[in-house]
Design a protein around this ligand. Structure first.
Ligand SMILES: [Cu+2]
Length: 494
């Protein structure tokens, strides 16, 4: 069974179109020196599938809006004006086509011509059958143990690569491409020489791009698992951690129980106990003034609940989630960790989840789960090594979706300018190739072809029929998820 599975997986991997980061076919001396990342589409052999009208090789438009003051440099980091340090021409796909060579379909579209729409539904991990749970774990493990044929990761700066003449890339597994992407987007800026770094920078966290960036990241990951396994119906599950006293997904059936021999490690009964992490030692890289080289750095560590309780007293409560979802403004003020009454900052963890005040000394919501896990998950740069990351972020994304549906913001409500570097609406999200802008993921998941089971309830019918306005629906949904039979009496307008 497994061998058949591997043959299918290998076939799918070898013949799937290349997709994003860094596309192997753009990680060559020639591509770097010409600054062009426009691979041919295998279907017709033309760059970006141009002969078939799938897309065209075009100049990259640099973002023009000013960034916030948090990063006072220019021309020192390869992520600035992404991806212009590496490439100034990339494929721009037409119609429903997507991918680094336009060989793929946009999220939610399928078929040879990418004109079939399909909606996938992400479910609560505890609602999966035992067979579905074990299939999910086996997909994760396959991804961790299969080298990516489509992508390689960067292990040196552009300067170290001598402006492209000496490419520095490494092969990693399908799973570790994502670990690396999360490291690379959140790492500190190297200013030259040992220990000379700028830590107050992050192209995907502590600013408005947090929610769109992770939304794109999960969509890509889901797509790559589909390609790897050939299971086009694969949909990632989520972990609803509201009011959980402990890490209830930390069982050998799911994310791995605690090791009886060492409370920092995972139980030998879990496949994840054999996983090795990469890009998990930011302090060591900074001291040496280098990037992560993607080599293995020991086992996954996790010790849930034995974290610093002054920083995070407990996992977030339903009331805190409700408060956060009730914040009307997507982001506010300087749009960083200090932002007050900001939905994004409170959801991310530096806004107090009972008052909305920024710069909170206690971590809430999203950040609380990372700290609570007390191990690999607790440092931003290495956190995606732990598969709990995906379950956690899928739930954060479902909360983002609830907020979007209640507030129905226009795209212009996403900040145009003045956000910390990497986070303005038109900034290309680091380190994705092809290019995606933050604002493009500031819209309902339905437009991206997916839904959450928790949001699929009778409220949609009532909303459509005009019985409810969106704010009523929000409260009804919230109660509905935890108390299935009581929601109807809680349709209280506010
Ligand atoms: Cu993250």
């Amino acid at each position: 069974m497994w061998s058949l599975f591997l043959i299918i997986a290998t076939f799918v991997v070898c013949f799937a179109p290349s997709f994003q980061q860094f596309p192997r076919r753009c990680a060559t001396r020639e591509a770097l020196l010409s600054k062009e990342c426009c691979p041919s589409w295998d279907g017709d052999g033309s760059a970006c599938g141009a002969s078939s009208g799938r897309g065209f090789c075009q100049d990259v438009q640099a973002p023009t809006q000013p960034d916030g003051p948090q990063y006072p440099f220019s021309g020192v980091d390869d992520r600035e004006k992404w991806p212009l340090v590496f490439y100034n021409r990339t494929c721009q796909c037409a119609g429903n086509y997507m991918g680094s060579n336009c060989g793929d379909c946009k999220f939610g579209f399928y078929g040879a011509n990418c004109n079939e729409r399909r909606e996938s539904v992400r479910r609560n991990v505890f609602h999966l059958s035992r067979a579905e749970m074990s299939q999910y774990i086996s997909y994760l493990n396959l991804a961790k143990n299969t080298m990516s044929t489509d992508y390689v990761v960067v292990t040196g700066t552009y300067e170290e690569m001598e402006n492209g003449s000496n490419p520095m890339f490494a092969n990693v597994s399908v799973y570790d491409v994502y670990v690396w992407m999360h490291y690379y987007v959140s790492r500190d800026a190297l200013l030259g020489g040992p220990g000379n770094v700028w830590t107050n920078v992050d192209f995907a966290h502590w600013a408005p791009g947090f929610l769109p960036w992770h939304r794109l990241y999960l969509l890509h990951w889901e797509n790559d698992i589909r390609k790897l396994t050939g299971d086009m119906s694969f949909v990632m599950p989520y972990w609803d951690w509201r009011d959980a006293g402990d890490c209830d997904v930390c069982t050998d059936e799911l994310m791995g129980a605690r090791s009886p021999g060492d409370p920092d490690l995972l139980s030998p009964g879990s496949v994840f106990s054999s996983w090795k992490v990469i890009c998990s030692q930011p302090g060591a890289y900074n001291e040496r003034g280098v990037l992560c080289d993607a080599s293995q750095e020991g086992p996954l560590r996790r010790n849930p609940g034995n974290h610093n309780r002054n920083q995070v007293p407990r996992l977030p409560s339903s009331a805190e989630v409700a408060f956060t979802l009730g914040l009307r403004d997507y982001d506010t003020g300087p749009m960083d960790r200090t932002a007050n009454m900001s939905f994004r900052n409170t959801m991310e963890g530096f806004g107090d989840p009972s008052t909305g005040r920024g710069s909170s000394t206690r971590m809430g919501m999203h950040a609380a789960i990372h700290v609570f896990m007390n191990g690999t998950m607790s440092s931003v740069q290495g956190s995606a090594n732990d598969p709990i990351f995906l379950l956690h972020h899928a739930y954060i994304d479902s909360l983002y979706e609830q907020w979007l549906r209640v507030n129905q913001p226009s795209p212009s409500e996403y900040p145009d300018s003045g956000a910390p570097i990497g986070h303005n609406g038109d900034y290309n999200m680091v380190p994705f190739l092809p290019l995606y802008k933050n604002r493009e993921f500031f819209l309902s998941s339905k437009e991206l072809g997916y839904e959450y089971s928790s949001l699929q309830d009778s409220s949609e019918y009532l909303l459509a029929s005009g019985v409810l306005n969106p704010r009523n629906v929000f409260y009804m949904r919230f109660i509905y998820q935890k108390h299935l039979f009581r929601y109807e009496c809680l349709l209280i307008p506010f």
